[in-house]
Design a protein around this ligand. Structure first.
Ligand code: NAP
Length: 252
């Protein structure tokens, strides 16, 4: 039986991905800190699933997670857990930011490294890193750390994708880069998007389809966001940063 591991499965995009993967016949390993939420999700799944309560901001717990599942022949890793924080860099909390760097970057880095080695050995497997359209911009004034973490995930994923294709490997790695999605993200980041977020089920379905069927390196759901990302490439950096700052300012 095929097995998929989804981090941040307790809500939002990760929760929906777990449900779709189960519907596709995958056994699931559900990872997050809120066990009650994972237990609720487990009841809805159509296949066997296992819950691993894990704080991905802790390096040791990321490594323990890998050790706990490495014998299970996992073929899909969804590095989805992550969160944002809004505010002027001179005022935002350093500990929260370091925590964010640990979850959004370090955990993704560690899990990609450990699982990819196994996937390459068997020449099979999928890794989807959930970044953001924020990672495709020039930077995010008033959300500086969040944008930078997502730019890391995008660059890192693109580079590994290229290394894999140079090796002629069958292993897939890609980055999901959505704009606003209607999840608990806003409450955690303490922001309010001006633009209505897209449906989380749609986002998850679009991402998995483009991973399995189209093997897209960068997945951007919705034509509007694709157009914004494309247009941003033609705007010089200073004005682009100014536009992003204004958008962030209105979110507070
Ligand atoms: N919503 C958007 O507008 C949007 C847009 C672009 C990209 N994204 C990205 O999409 C991903 C999923 O976010 P979402 O929108 O679905 O938000 P969400 O509903 O808040 O879900 C975030 C998930 O991450 C998990 N998580 C956070 N910190 C964790 C930690 N220390 N250890 C383990 N798990 C942790 C949470 O689980 P627990 O709290 O139970 O641990 C939760 O399951 C994130 O990487 C986010 O940056 C979101």
């Amino acid at each position: 039986m095929k097995t998929a591991l989804v981090t941040g499965a307790s809500s939002g995009i990760g929760y929906e991905m777990a449900r779709i993967l189960s519907h596709l016949g995958y056994d699931l390993i559900l990872v997050a800190r809120r066990e009650d939420r994972l237990l609720e999700l487990q009841k809805l799944l159509e296949t066997h699933s296992e819950i691993i309560v894990c704080d991905l901001s802790k390096e040791e717990e990321c490594k323990e997670l890998y050790k706990a599942v490495k014998k299970k022949d996992i073929s899909v890793l969804i590095n989805n857990a992550g969160f944002g924080l809004c505010g002027s860099f001179t005022e935002t909390d350093l500990d929260k930011e370091l925590n964010m760097i640990n979850v959004n970057i370090k955990a993704v880095h560690i899990l990609t490294k450990l699982f990819l080695k196994d996937f390459v050995k068997k020449d099979d497997g999928y890794i989807l890193n959930v970044a953001s359209s924020a990672g495709l911009m020039a930077g995010g004034p008033l959300m500086a750390t969040y944008y930078a973490t997502k730019a890391y995930v995008v660059d890192f994923t693109r580079a590994i994708n290229t290394e894999l294709s140079d090796m002629g490997s069958n292993v897939y790695i890609g980055a999901l880069c959505p704009g606003p999605v209607d999840t608990e993200f806003n409450d955690v980041a303490d922001v309010k998007f001006e633009m209505k977020g897209i449906n989380k089920k749609y986002c998850a379905k679009y991402a998995l389809y483009n991973m399995f069927e189209n093997r897209k390196m960068i997945i951007v759901p919705t034509a509007g966001m694709k157009l914004s990302v494309c247009a941003s490439k033609f705007v010089p950096t200073r004005p682009l940063l100014e536009i992003t700052r204004r958008i962030q300012e209105r979110k507070k």
